[in-house]
Design a protein around this ligand. Structure first.
Ligand SMILES: [Zn+2]
Length: 106
C-alpha cells in the first residue's frame, strides 16, 4: 500500500513530467534537451523534427539534473503545505519558547 508521502511524490513526479513535456523537446540527432520554443537544437543546430515523447524528455531532464542538481528545485514544485493551522501555531510557540530559554542562558 502506498502511504501519503509516496502518493505525494508520485503526484509531484507526474506534475513535473507533464510540465517538462509541455515545455521541452528532445533532439533526435544528439539527444539534447531543448526548449519547445527553440527553432533549432542548441547543441547541434538540427532543424528538423523533434521528439516530444514524455519519457524521452524525462530521460533528458534526469540527465540534465544529474549534471546540475540545482535544477531539481526548478523542476519539482514545492511540497504543498499540509500542516494545519493549529500545528503551525504550536510549532511557532514551541520555537519561541526554545528561543526564550536560549536567551536566558545567554
Ligand atoms: Zn541536437
Amino acid at each position: 500500500m502506498l502511504n501519503r508521502s509516496m502518493m505525494d511524490l508520485l503526484r509531484r513526479e507526474e506534475a513535473s513530467r507533464r510540465m517538462a513535456a509541455e515545455n521541452l523537446k528532445v533532439c533526435p540527432l544528439c539527444g539534447g534537451l531543448n526548449a519547445a520554443t527553440n527553432a533549432e537544437c542548441f547543441v547541434c543546430c538540427w532543424r528538423g523534427e523533434f521528439s516530444y515523447d514524455p519519457y524521452e524528455i524525462e530521460d533528458g531532464v534526469v540527465e540534465l539534473m544529474a549534471q546540475c542538481p540545482e535544477l531539481v528545485d526548478a523542476f519539482v514544485p514545492p511540497m504543498p503545505q499540509r500542516r494545519g493551522l493549529k500545528q503551525r501555531v504550536r510549532d511557532f510557540l514551541s520555537r519561541r519558547r526554545a528561543r526564550k530559554q536560549l536567551d536566558l542562558w545567554a
